[in-house]
Design a binder for this molecule. Structure first.
Ligand code: HSE
Length: 436
């Protein structure tokens, strides 16, 4: 039986998981693709660290460039992460005619346009299913399964660490830092966990999803990004009282005025499936003009769930090695000449509903003064609630949920309200999406 040789760059959580799954499921895999898929080499930082996989038949090296130049290797699996060394290695491997499989969302979001162009010119493929939403086949679903649709919007919980933290804080009242440490121990978090908690990792993933959904170039710099670090448990509790859950979402919408690309905490009605995606699980809602809403759910991080997507990509490449180039799905799912620049909205042009909390002095008439500022901006209010002051507090919290409106108008109302003497602290603004 023919053998296809794989070299893995980085044998950490995902690299070790990938080699383990390939080893454990070797027989099933050969039945699927008609040949043996063998990890022959891997690059590592330390030759002596413990590994998830069996390394006895592997050639380990501390020089990753040795692997990308090894003529016996057909597929390079890049699992180092980051966009410096990984970028150099991927370009070198492409130059050497290797097919690439990568889980590196930062690399694709920041440099994917050039990487795909180089790969197309060299006649090799770059597969990145595992870069978004771990084990969920969301790239394949959008690029292939939903290819008959014009995608109208997608919204997803696409950072497992952030969702794990929010869930543990809400359900068990655990402190943020404590849950983050556990997420790091479980191998969910990025090497730099601020990427998870400040929304950068989700923005990398949204960049990729938006490009394959709308056929636009990858444009990370245009994604509006807020993380979960500023989120307060009190707003999580108030949202629940009003029948909502707060989730950290990446949202990409195609409107007649341009694309909205945004990552931020969002209130979702508690009955929606997305509101009930907890722990490290990810879910992506994709709305196509033909199919309507589809929801894709699964583990978003961790060794084997991510390895599941890496191995699926490897097997796609193995199949394509024997196939004519025309049968290949283009990197962004659209023909290279059909990638079209589109206007991307700025934050003040976003359309959403809003949860707004103001802490105000408990004096007569304050509620009507606040409401008047919304009326002045033509913003309709869906719900208002006032929380009695807790013992020792010299303010009351007033919470508004607006109807859908333009964010710039909301910001103007907030600015006027914050200038009032009765308002004691800065406003809290969290976007609300109903996904009807
Ligand atoms: N740190 C990422 C997450 C890993 O928590 O989602 C998977 O991309």
């Amino acid at each position: 039986m023919k053998s296809i040789n794989v070299g893995i760059l980085g044998l950490g959580t995902v690299g070790g998981g990938t080699a383990l799954v390939l080893q454990r499921n070797a027989e099933e895999i050969s039945r699927r693709v008609g040949c043996r898929v063998t990890v022959t080499s891997a690059s590592v930082r330390s030759l002596t660290s413990p590994r998830l996989c069996d390394c006895t038949q592997l050639k380990l090296t501390q020089d990753p460039f040795e692997i990308v130049s090894d003529t016996s290797i057909d597929i390079i699996v890049e699992l180092i992460g980051g966009d410096t060394l990984a970028k150099d290695l991927v370009f070198k491997a492409i130059e050497n005619g290797k097919h690439i499989v990568t889980a590196n969302k930062a690399l694709i979001a920041l440099h994917g346009n050039e990487i795909f162009a180089a790969a197309d010119a060299r006649g090799v493929s770059v597969s990145y299913e595992s870069a978004v939403a771990g084990g969920i086949s969301i790239i394949k679903a959008i690029r292939e399964g939903l290819a008959g649709n014009r995608v109208e919007m997608l919204a997803g919980i696409i950072n497992g660490t952030g969702n794990f933290i929010l869930t543990e804080m809400r359900d068990k009242g655990r402190p943020f830092e404590d849950v983050l440490t556990e997420a790091q121990e479980l191998g969910y978090a990025e090497a730099d966990p601020t990427f998870d908690v400040e929304g950068i990792d989700a923005a990398h993933k949204l960049t990729i999803l938006a490009s394959i959904a709308f056929g636009t170039p990858l444009q990370f710099e245009k994604v509006y990004t807020e993380g979960i670090s500023a989120l307060s448990l009190i707003d999580v509790a108030y949202a629940e009282e009003l029948g909502y859950r707060i989730k950290h979402l990446g949202i990409a919408t195609s409107t007649d005025k341009g694309l909205e690309l945004r990552v931020h905490p969002t209130l979702i009605p508690e009955k929606r499936l997305l509101a009930n995606v907890d722990g490290v699980m990810n879910a992506v809602l994709v709305k196509g003009d033909a199919v309507g809403n589809t929801l894709h759910y699964g583990a978003g991080a961790g060794a084997e769930p991510t390895a599941s997507a890496v191995v699926a990509d490897i097997l796609d490449v193995v199949r394509s090695i024997e196939c004519p180039a025309q049968s290949k799905v283009p990197h962004l799912g659209f023909q290279a000449g059909s990638i079209i620049e589109q206007t991307v909205k700025t934050q003040d042009q976003f359309e959403s509903a809003y949860y707004l909390r103001f802490d105000v002095k408990d004096v007569a008439g304050v509620m009507s003064k606040l409401s008047a500022e919304f009326a002045a901006q033509n913003i309709s209010i869906e719900a208002i609630t006032q929380k009695e002051p807790k013992q020792g507090q010299n303010f009351v919290s007033v919470i508004f949920i607006t109807q859908r409106t333009i964010e710039g108008l909301v910001d103007k109302a907030i600015e006027s309200i914050q200038a009032m003497d009765e308002v004691t602290t800065g406003a809290v603004k969290i976007r609300v999406e109903h996904f009807n």
